[in-house]
Design a protein around this ligand. Structure first.
Ligand SMILES: NC(=O)c1ccc[n+]([C@@H]2O[C@H](COP(=O)([O-])OP(=O)(O)OC[C@H]3O[C@@H](n4cnc5c(N)ncnc54)[C@H](OP(=O)(O)O)[C@@H]3O)[C@@H](O)[C@H]2O)c1
Length: 227
């Protein structure tokens, strides 16, 4: 069976990715910051191995990549993310928090993608999936505010669009997804869809990705999104 690697697997969308791929017989490498207390992740059934990983800790990223060196990774999911403080304005902006959001949402996915690209390149499916947000889209979101989160995901999109070109000769398919507005700790209880719907839609879309999809931005239901 194929192998999937997921960051931020202990709750929300990452936990549901782990649950669904595990239930479908995939080997799942599920990572989270606190593997000693993985919570619900520990009770999932399937071929699931849990590793500790703070995505901003480059030494941990390098060590895990070495530990997993012989393992081909068919689908690598950069899922872990933070929103940062909400409702910041020009008059009241937390610049320290903005830097931290960039570390988690933009720089960490790049570090992980570049470090694990060799594991992905030696797999059969060769797919790198990044969970972004429609809030980063210039073409699909004309609202103001929420500069911290929007800019971090917009930068993620740009970085991954470039990275798709960098790895084209290694046949890695690099894609960016909006998971929908999802009922999680981040999305809140008023969100549009539940995690099952979001992840089921992304799984179908990921399964259908072909090389010409590299460098594209998808909604969870497989429709294309404007950058
Ligand atoms: N929910 C939505 O409506 C929505 C919409 C658009 C995009 N997204 C994106 O979807 C992804 C998942 O979001 P979610 O809704 O599932 O959020 P969530 O419920 O808040 O879960 C976030 C996950 O990221 C992990 N994480 C945060 N910082 C980390 C770090 N430094 N190292 C490792 N893991 C870290 C968290 O781990 P801890 O438990 O250790 O904090 C948690 O597992 C994010 O990238 C988010 O931006 C969500």
């Amino acid at each position: 069976m194929p192998t999937i690697f997921i960051t931020g697997a202990n709750r929300g969308i990452g936990l549901e990715f782990t649950r669904q791929y595990g239930a479908n017989g995939w080997k799942v490498i599920a990572t989270c910051r606190n593997p000693i207390q993985p919570g619900e992740l520990a009770s999932l059934s399937g071929d699931i191995e849990v590793h500790g990983l703070d995505v901003t800790n480059h030494a941990q990223v390098d060590k895990l990549a070495t530990d997993l060196n012989p393992v081909p990774i068919d689908v690598f999911v950069n899922n872990a993310g933070i929103y940062g403080p909400r409702g910041m304005t020009a008059e009241r902006m937390d610049y320290t928090a903005w830097e931290e959001v960039f570390r988690v949402n933009t720089m960490a996915p790049f570090k992980l993608a570049t470090t694990f690209s060799k594991h992905v390149a030696r797999s059969e499916q060769k797919k790198l999936v990044n969970i972004s947000s429609i809030m980063a889209s210039n073409g699909a979101s004309a609202n103001g505010g929420e500069h911290i989160y929007r800019s971090s995901k917009a930068a993620l999109n740009r970085v991954m669009r470039s990275f798709a070109c960098d790895v084209i000769d290694r046949e890695i398919i690099v894609s960016v997804f909006h998971p929908g507005w999802v009922k999680t700790d981040m999305g809140g209880t008023s969100a549009d869809i539940d995690v099952m719907t979001s992840v089921a839609g992304m799984r179908d879309t990921i399964a259908g990705l072909v090389p010409s999809d590299s460098g594209k931005f998808f909604n969870y239901d497989g429709s294309s999104l404007l950058w």
